[in-house]
Design a binder for this molecule. Structure first.
Ligand code: B12
Ligand code: SF4
Length: 574
């Protein structure tokens, strides 16, 4: 172990690069079956899990209206109506590459692999190119940032090896630190050549590549698991990351294929909060690693000089942890005259009048807030660390300063009742918040609420839980009721990415809200079986009136199909 410690402690620049061509796979579509496989492991009764899942999908399907014979999410609806009239400017949902892949690409390029790395942003969307790239690669890095199921890792690793039996597959990223059962790691290790088991993993990755290339043993490397007929795991979660301030993405050195019109940026790692429903705290040591304001501003300055970039999305779970940090970064943006619109995830406690004014002045156009509930008992039970008043003040401030507010709502946490949901409905209708998405509570294995089930009086698991004040089916029904009764705020399915895409394609803050409300009215008319012709005409006006998309696409997708049995992006449902 001691020699391994020395290995890990080496600066990345001192780890000798191999002569290897590397492909990075950043994302994929995950099927419903794959997604549920993970939760099935802890389900008391697989049939109940299936039945509740059907019930859930059926309720959520009803929130998407049928247009032109198919249920269409908002982007799909707009694109369909535009294409009906021969409109050429369609909305492109894929106008940015995920940061996990871009980061790894830039990191490897800076550490001896320049000219030898290719990025596959989404292996399902670009299968033909992916196959060619994999065929020409020695090493394939499979990022599990957005993969929540080991079945998906196994499927991809097998597919990569079918494409190129010579390729060595290294998997790393979030799923390999967020698993519920050791058997998952054993399965993943069987399919890949090596797994990196840590939240960062950069140094381990640099050590692994030459060893795999030279066919050497992986013994003595930290944070690694592999299966050579027998399962081996050295350790996990030992520090093997690199300095955040010297290893940020070098944006202007990226090839044009990676620089799309919107860029994802991060300014820190980790989250200091402990919301009881969230898996993130269980797997992170809650240490915060913040980038200096200078490094953030240096990146923004570089991005600002790139004409092809038209917006920036901060991916940090909580962009600014406190007032001082927010003001220092926003002031830095104001000082360099940063002129691109940007979006961020923030907590309502940070959205005071002063801070919201700074955000607006620095060019922020959308804030996504974990409101979760408008009821204090529920917020306290979740350990959300916010007060009812914070949420109302945040919504009012965002509206006042012309920033689109998007609320994440969670129904069914212990303490939730019909009366507390009524308060959430009142909040969505009357606080000034413009858009939202709701989800019933899913009890994720290893989330604090799952670990503390007894204290919460919680029985059952993922989607078949029940506690003193609600059960999962009722929580799903309450989501339907929220959809039905909220009229002043737009429900946007998959809103945490779709709101950004709509803004990027020319919709104003009010435009997004109105489009969403109009889309919701169509679905409500369908649920009630009432005439929808004038509603459709209204929605069509909003869809066609905004023909200013920056990325015309030749084709449009039907992302809604992901709620079907084997279709795209289903993981985004759970
Ligand atoms: C931004 C974000 C989103 C955005 C993504 C926008 C985009 N396309 O870029 C949106 C809102 C769309 C989203 C959606 C979802 N997300 Co999300 N998201 C995040 C978030 C906040 C940041 C991810 C990111 O870009 N990080 C920046 C990169 C640079 O860091 P990183 O990915 O952590 O990678 C580091 C290491 O892991 C390592 N690494 C990564 N891959 C590899 C591979 C190898 C081989 C090695 C060696 C190292 C390595 O390199 C980095 C070094 O610091 C994370 C939480 C977090 N703070 O990490 C959740 C997170 C990734 N999301 C999560 C989930 C569950 C989802 C959804 C399934 C949620 C849902 N129900 O809708 C969907 C899936 C969407 C999909 N399939 O595309 C989970 C994933 C857990 C898991 N994998 O088991 C996370 C971790 C949050 C959590 N609860 O813990 N998400
Ligand atoms: S919900 Fe957000 S703020 Fe709460 S612990 Fe999870 S990532 Fe952190």
């Amino acid at each position: 172990v001691s020699s391994t410690v020395l290995d890990i402690d080496l600066a990345p620049g001192l780890i000798r690069p191999a002569d290897a061509r590397i492909a990075i796979v950043a994302n994929t579509f995950q099927t419903v079956d794959e997604t549920l496989a993970h939760y099935r492991m802890s389900a008391a009764d697989g049939n109940v899990l299936n039945q509740n899942n059907e019930f859930y999908l059926e309720r959520y399907r009803a929130m998407i209206p049928t247009i032109g014979g198919e249920r269409r999410e908002i982007v799909d609806s707009v694109n369909f109506l535009r294409s009906q009239v021969g409109g050429r400017s369609l909305i492109n949902e894929h106008n940015s590459c995920s940061l996990n892949g871009v980061y790894l690409y830039s990191f490897l390029t800076q550490n001896g692999y320049e000219g030898k790395v290719e990025l596959i942003d989404n292996i399902s969307l670009e299968a033909d190119r992916a196959r060619q790239v994999v065929l020409e690669s020695d090493i394939v890095l499979l990022s599990t940032t957005f993969i929540t199921s080991v079945d998906t890792i196994v499927r991809l690793a097998k597919m990569i090896k079918e494409w190129n039996p010579r390729a060595k597959v290294i998997a790393g990223g979030a799923k390999l630190t967020q698993y519920a059962d050791d058997s998952e790691i054993v399965e993943a290790a069987r399919a890949a050549d090596a797994l990196v088991l840590s939240p960062n993993g950069e140094k381990t990755m640099l050590r692994l590549i030459p060893r795999l290339m030279e066919g050497k043993s992986l013994d003595g490397l930290m944070n690694v698991a592999y299966h050579d007929g027998e399962f081996h795991r050295s350790s996990r979660n030992l520090p093997d990351g690199v300095d955040i301030d010297t290893n940020f993405v070098r944006w202007s050195s990226l090839p044009p294929s990676i620089v799309r019109s919107s860029l994802n940026l991060r300014t820190g790692r980790g989250c200091p909060f402990k919301c009881k429903f969230c898996t993130f705290p269980s797997y992170n040591d809650q240490k915060i690693d913040l980038m200096s304001t200078e490094s953030v501003i240096a990146q923004l300055r570089e991005i600002q000089s790139m004409p092809e970039v038209t917006s920036v999305r901060f991916v940090d779970d909580t962009l600014f942890l406190n007032r001082k940090h927010l003001i220092s970064v926003c002031q830095g943006m104001i000082d360099i005259g940063f002129s691109l619109p940007w979006t961020a995830y923030l907590r309502s406690t940070t959205l005071t009048e002063e801070c919201t004014r700074y955000l607006a002045e620095a060019g922020c156009k959308l804030v996504l807030v974990g409101i979760e509930s408008a009821d204090q008992t529920v917020l306290d039970n979740m350990l959300k660390g916010t007060k009812e008043a914070h949420n109302w003040t945040a919504a009012a401030n965002l509206a006042k300063y012309g920033i689109l507010g998007f609320a994440f709502i969670l129904t069914g946490f212990p303490g939730e009742t019909r009366a507390s949901v009524d308060k959430t409905i009142d909040f969505l209708n009357n606080s000034g918040i413009q858009s939202y998405v709701h989800s019933p509570l899913f009890v994720f294995p290893n989330s604090p609420v799952a670990r503390e089930a007894r204290e919460f009086g919680l029985t059952g698991g993922f989607n078949d839980w029940s506690h003193e004040t609600m059960d999962c089916r009722t929580a799903i029904e309450e989501c339907s009721r929220i959809f039905e009764e909220v009229t002043e705020c737009g429900y946007i399915d998959r809103g945490s990415s779709v709101t950004k895409v709509l803004l990027d394609h020319g919709y104003s803050v009010d435009g997004v809200k109105n489009l969403a409300i109009s889309h919701n009215r169509l679905a409500k008319a369908e649920i009630r079986n009432t005439p929808a012709d004038s509603l459709l005409a209204h929605f069509q006006g909003l869809a066609l009136g905004q023909n200013v998309g920056v990325d015309a696409v030749g084709d449009f997708t039907s992302p809604y199909a992901r709620t079907g049995p084997v279709h795209v992006n289903s993981s985004a449902r759970y």
